[in-house]
Design a protein around this ligand. Structure first.
Ligand SMILES: [Zn+2]
Ligand SMILES: [Zn+2]
Length: 237
């Protein structure tokens, strides 16, 4: 089996024909199930990119919203209309806000505890203090794929939680890492941490920041993937 990942919303361009915008969204296809992780800032752009990626809307059975920021949840209203079966996973900290916005949607509350949402796909549970955030983990034969929204709780904290749920090496790290305001020394410290955790591929985009992307490229070489909207990655499951 194959796990397919497609970045559907990002401020970084990658593939021709996709629209960029500040925010993040990634589509996960595992076996015959489709999960949308975050929805970007703009639903119309998101839908256009879903069409461009030729993703059939009835394939999407779940939407996970990482955190309450508009650049991750802004497209939710349009995304939930893709089909009537969609379940939406939202953190406890902003559940009521989503409930008020979408009273008839099938909402699932995510606590601070880990949660398996489908076979071998887990949520970290809400982590962090001020801005609570949920990250997604896919357990594959070769290791864990971790997808973050903005990584507000801190990359280390997310990785510690992920590897406590499934004790494995990390195959790939995707999403926003929120390193825009970090200096070179801080980013290099994170890089040595990531190396100590045997992170194989890094495909971070969105709020990862130019300096971090440059340092990742220098340190991980071809194992750093310059991800952006339209980037498609396939892993054996
Ligand atoms: Zn963000
Ligand atoms: Zn954020």
């Amino acid at each position: 089996m194959i796990v397919d990942l497609t970045v559907l919303f990002d401020n970084y361009p990658a593939e021709e024909g996709f629209e960029t915008g500040w925010g993040y969204s990634c589509f996960i296809k595992k076996d015959e199930e489709g999960i949308l992780f975050d929805t970007g800032a703009d639903g119309q752009k998101l839908i256009k990119n879903i069409q461009k990626a030729e993703i059939k809307s009835d394939l999407i059975s779940k939407i996970v919203i990482s955190h309450a920021h508009e650049d991750h949840s802004g497209g939710l209203k349009e995304a939930v209309e893709l089909n009537s079966q969609i379940e939406i996973y939202v953190g406890d900290s902003f559940y009521n806000g989503v409930k008020a916005l979408l009273p008839y949607a099938k909402l699932k509350k995510v606590s601070s505890e880990p949660l398996e949402i489908t076979e071998e796909v887990y949520l970290t549970g809400e982590l962090g203090e001020k801005i609570k955030e949920v990250s997604l983990i896919i357990n594959t034969k070769e290791g864990l794929i971790i997808i973050t929204g903005c990584a507000h709780p801190g990359v280390e904290k997310i990785i510690e939680r992920a590897t406590s749920i499934v004790k494995k090496n990390i195959l790939a790290l995707l999403g926003g890492l929120h390193l825009m305001y970090k200096n070179k020394k801080e980013i290099l410290e994170l890089i040595s941490y990531l190396k100590s955790k045997n992170v194989k591929y890094i495909a971070s985009s969105h709020c990862t920041g130019e300096l971090a992307r440059k340092l990742f490229e220098e340190n991980f070489g071809e194992r750093f993937i310059k991800a952006g909207v339209g980037t498609h990655l396939s892993f054996k499951n």
